[in-house]
Design a binder for this molecule. Structure first.
Ligand code: URA
Length: 240
C-alpha cells in the first residue's frame, strides 16, 4: 500500500507538495471518484489513479527508448546544452529519470532512459556482457588488420586495455562503414578504438543494447515507452 500523494509524485513527476496541491484541488481521481485526501492508501497494482482526467501509469519503473539526435547531451541537467531528458515528451517524464549510459553529444541512436538504478547497473556493467552495437562511418577503409586488432582488444595510448570487440564491414560501404560490438562503455570508446587504428569516426549511431534494437520507425529525436517484452529482450541469453 502506498500513500496517494507519494504515488502521484513518484509516477507523475511532481514534487510531494505539488501532488498534495493537485489532490486537494480535486484534480485527482481514485477508481473513478475524486479523492481530496493526500494520505489515502492505495494498492498501485489494483487501484487506478487519474490526474486531470488522464490515467497515471502505476508501473514502479519506466523504461524509455530514445532515438537520440546529435546536439543533445546524455545528462539530466546541463547549463549549456539541451539534455536527453529535456527533449522527452511530457507524457513520458517523471521524477528520477536518467540515461542508462552515455552517448557523446554528436552520437545518435538508441539510448535507454529510466528511473531504475539496478537495471542501469545491469546493462552497463562489463561483467554482464550486454553487447552494445554501433554503426560507425569512417574517413578511411577498415582493413583485415583493423578487424584483427579489435578482436585482440585495442590498447589506448595511456595503456588502457579494451576487451575484445567485434568489427564487421557493412557491405557496399567501400569498407568505410563498420558495425562495432562492445560490452563496455569507456569514454569515447569507439572513436578512440578507431583512432588507434588511424581512422576517424565521422558519424556514429548506436543500433542495439543486448537484443533490443532501435525501432526503425522511431524518428530521430522521438521516444517511446518500452514494454516488459522489450526490456526482457535486452537480457536474452543472460542471467538477470
Ligand atoms: N563510443 C564513442 O566513441 N562514442 C559514443 O557516443 C559511444 C561509444
Amino acid at each position: 500500500m502506498e500513500r496517494l500523494d507519494k504515488f502521484l509524485s513518484s509516477r507523475g513527476g511532481y514534487s510531494r507538495r505539488e501532488a498534495q496541491k493537485l489532490i486537494k484541488g480535486g484534480e485527482v481521481g481514485v477508481n473513478g471518484e475524486i479523492c481530496k485526501i493526500p494520505e489515502r492508501k492505495l494498492d498501485p497494482e489494483n487501484d487506478s489513479v487519474t490526474c486531470g482526467g488522464k490515467t497515471v501509469c502505476a508501473d514502479e519503473h519506466i523504461y524509455i527508448m530514445l532515438n537520440k539526435p546529435a546536439g543533445v547531451v546524455s545528462a539530466t541537467e546541463d547549463s549549456r546544452d539541451a539534455t536527453v531528458i529535456d527533449i522527452l515528451p511530457p507524457e513520458l517524464k517523471r521524477k528520477g529519470l536518467f540515461p542508462a549510459g552515455r552517448l557523446d553529444k554528436d552520437t545518435e541512436g538508441l539510448l535507454i532512459i529510466t528511473d531504475d538504478g539496478d537495471f542501469a547497473h545491469k546493462i552497463l556493467s562489463p561483467k554482464n556482457h550486454i553487447e552494445k552495437r554501433y554503426v560507425a562511418r569512417l574517413d578511411g577503409e577498415i582493413t583485415e588488420d583493423t578487424i584483427r586488432r579489435f578482436e585482440q582488444g585495442i590498447v589506448f595510448s595511456d595503456g588502457t586495455k579494451c576487451m575484445p570487440a567485434g568489427l564487421e564491414i557493412v557491405p557496399g560501404s567501400q569498407n568505410s562503414t563498420g558495425i562495432v560490438t562492445i560490452c563496455e562503455g569507456k569514454f569515447h570508446q569507439v572513436k578512440k578504438m578507431f583512432a588507434v587504428c588511424g581512422l576517424k569516426v565521422v558519424h556514429l549511431q548506436r543500433i542495439s543494447v543486448g537484443n533490443l534494437y532501435i525501432d526503425g520507425k522511431l524518428p530521430i529525436g522521438s521516444a517511446k515507452k518500452l514494454t516488459n517484452l522489450d526490456v526482457d529482450a535486452i537480457f536474452i541469453g543472460k542471467i538477470h
